[in-house]
Design a protein around this ligand. Sequence first.
Ligand code: ZN
Length: 596
Amino acid sequence: MAEATLTQSRRSTGEGIPKFNYLIALPQPENHLFEVALHIQNYSLPLLDLKLPVWTPGSYLVREYAKHLQEFSATAGDKPLKWRKITKNHWQIATKEPEITICYRIFAHELSVRTNHLDATHGYFNGAALFLRVPEFDQQPISVTIVPPYPDWHITTPLPAAQQENTFIAADFDTLVDSPFEIGKQQIYQFETLGKAHELAIWGGKSNIEPERAIADIKKIIEVEAKMFGGLPYDRYLFLLHLSAQGNGGLEHKYSCSLNYPRFGFRAKDKYDRFMQLVAHEFFHLWNVKRIRPKALEVFDYDQENYTPSLWFSEGTTSYYDLLIPLRAGIYDTKAFLQNLGKEITRYQLTPGRLVQPVSESSWDAWIKLYRPDPNSGNSQISYYLKGEMVSLLLDLLIRGRNDNQRSLDDVMLKMWQQFGQEEIGFTPQQLQEVIESVAGIDFTDFFAKYIDGIEELPFDEYLEPFGLQLVGDFEEEAVPHLGIKVNTENGREVIKFVEVGTPAQIAGIDAGDELLAIDGIRVGAGQLSDRLKDYKPNDSVQVTVFHQEELRNYDVTLAAPRPNRYQVKPVKNPTDLQQRNFAAYLGVGFSVFDN
Ligand SMILES: [Zn+2]
């Protein structure tokens, strides 16, 4: 608030507007340090405030990027300028100088889509984690010149190039933050879809990706999503892919996305499909969340948390579509779609926290909970991705069922795009509900109270049944009497990672962090636990031996009845004509798909 007022008063007095140019060098990439120089010209204010964002849009956690900033200095010509730190991410300089240079270095040693990474093979950075902003001039263009360390390293970014070599222009600070840079020997594949230029840039060395095949499928995804939203709102779009050991993540931007995926995750069909889901997800975000934004994200506050209850829609609905879009694009078939849906429902149904935390609260508390799991997370929280996806399934089925499949969640997306996204006007939870209601033609007060702001069990069968589908809970192999712990082998120790609330293990006093040693005196680990439990019956008493804080303890535990550990979406027997019609309208194929 204060910042905006100041800017207005300065503009109205006609004081000069400064120019900003960043020079980024990486002379010794193996040292992981980006050398950053910000040149400011035509500066006329008595104070210069510089702030590094504490988070990046798209990832709702305060990441304290300033912790990686070192050796801050300020000069005017040869003259050093005095500066002081106001807060953890805020530097201030009192100055009468019109030309100022700020220098600092950024340690870049974290390979993720939302942080910076620099080593002997490449440099990658996210604007939020590298660029200081001058808050009063956030709306001014900023040019960025990169100095590659070697002649065969090139630069990839969604930002438009300027005339000067290796220089790019961001229209404002938001655009700068929204434009990742890749510097190195990344492979570049250019392709055109629907008359728009696209680029796939791949870094990471050896892998089993077949770029031509991947591009053919990416094109299908682009076409399916463009059709939903009535075209592509850009001239050029960049897919930036990092191949890594086992990373799996993406970060959406308006004109690009960063993807991190296992280098050998492209041959096996199920892994390849997951990659395409990731592509579909991040690409969908260019509409949903980058342009169709919750009110709290209409204008980003880079200094602190930006609270919204609507991430179930921004992330969860996007997750629902990342399941549907590969189906519509012909990347996987209806059976694979239903299998994938079943896996998501299984994850949901096996999370006790779904009955504790409303999904709107999960969204609000993203900043302190989702990215900061603890041993109680599964018992007390539900991911807004996962429940948002589940709720979106129900919304889609409900809208379709009530409108003879003439309307669907697609129409909600299109309307949200037209009403809010195109102009980038933030939507309130109430406005989102109104759009859903206007598309569906029914009141959603009860639905929102129960499933968005409430914790009622989701009635999957009630919503699936009109489409000839049902949810079947069973066991992956045979039934296992229920103990209620999850165990991981870590450095040769069998560590109990999770104790489910209300289960025999929790009631007996077994703790997350305990080291599992034996059941009834015989050594047991993660690999054998469920097999060993099959030798018992519900209500049998077993002795569980653990180390608790290095202290040997024995617990007498009474096993409970088995619980399903797998949920599958299956066809009903003898579907009616209406069920068959609904099924075909929803999934694009007839019920005969189940014939063999
Ligand atoms: Zn997402």
